[in-house]
Design a protein around this ligand. Structure first.
Ligand SMILES: Cc1cc2nc3c(=O)[nH]c(=O)nc-3n(C[C@H](O)[C@H](O)[C@H](O)COP(=O)(O)OP(=O)(O)OC[C@H]3O[C@@H](n4cnc5c(N)ncnc54)[C@H](O)[C@@H]3O)c2cc1C
Length: 110
């Protein structure tokens, strides 16, 4: 599979997002260690990294075709786990509202 051009493009896209997510987490950790991390920046990291992780798991699932639907291969097992992570680390909706508040200064929630 890895010898196909389109497969390599998918792997490259996945690697780019994994690297960006890693660098984001690293920088947020550095800010936290320095006592400079703002609460909404945590939402940036959690929203982006869990969203990209599940997108990568789904793309990896698609690369296995019909077999990828089964739990025979790991991507959907990761995707299942990530669905719960997206809830217990804060849902996309709530992180979005926190970031909307940070950008506009207007809280759309109580
Ligand atoms: C596996 C797992 C482990 C967990 N572990 C812990 C733990 O250790 N400690 C802990 O405290 N909690 C834990 N939780 C609970 C988790 O933090 C909550 O599930 C989470 O905060 C969401 O709350 P909720 O399920 O009540 O959903 P709700 O708050 O009822 O949300 C339901 C939906 O409404 C949306 N929503 C909520 N508020 C708004 C709003 N103002 N505007 C628009 N949309 C909104 C949400 O995004 C979501 O889509 C865990 C959950 C899971 C699944």
């Amino acid at each position: 599979m890895a010898a196909y051009q389109l497969t390599q493009q998918k792997l490259v896209d996945m690697a780019l997002e994994i690297d960006k997510g890693f660098l984001l987490a690293l920088q947020l950790g550095r800010l936290k260690d320095a006592g400079q991390l703002q609460p909404h920046q945590i939402s940036v990291g959690k929203l982006n990294n869990t969203r990209e992780a599940i997108a990568i798991a789904r793309e990896a699932r698609a690369m296995f075709g019909g077999n990828g639907i089964t739990l025979e291969h790991s991507p959907l097992r990761h995707a299942n786990n990530l669905e719960s992570v997206r809830t217990y680390e804060g849902t996309d909706d709530v992180h979005t509202l926190i970031l909307g508040n940070a950008i506009t200064g207007i809280a759309a929630f109580r």
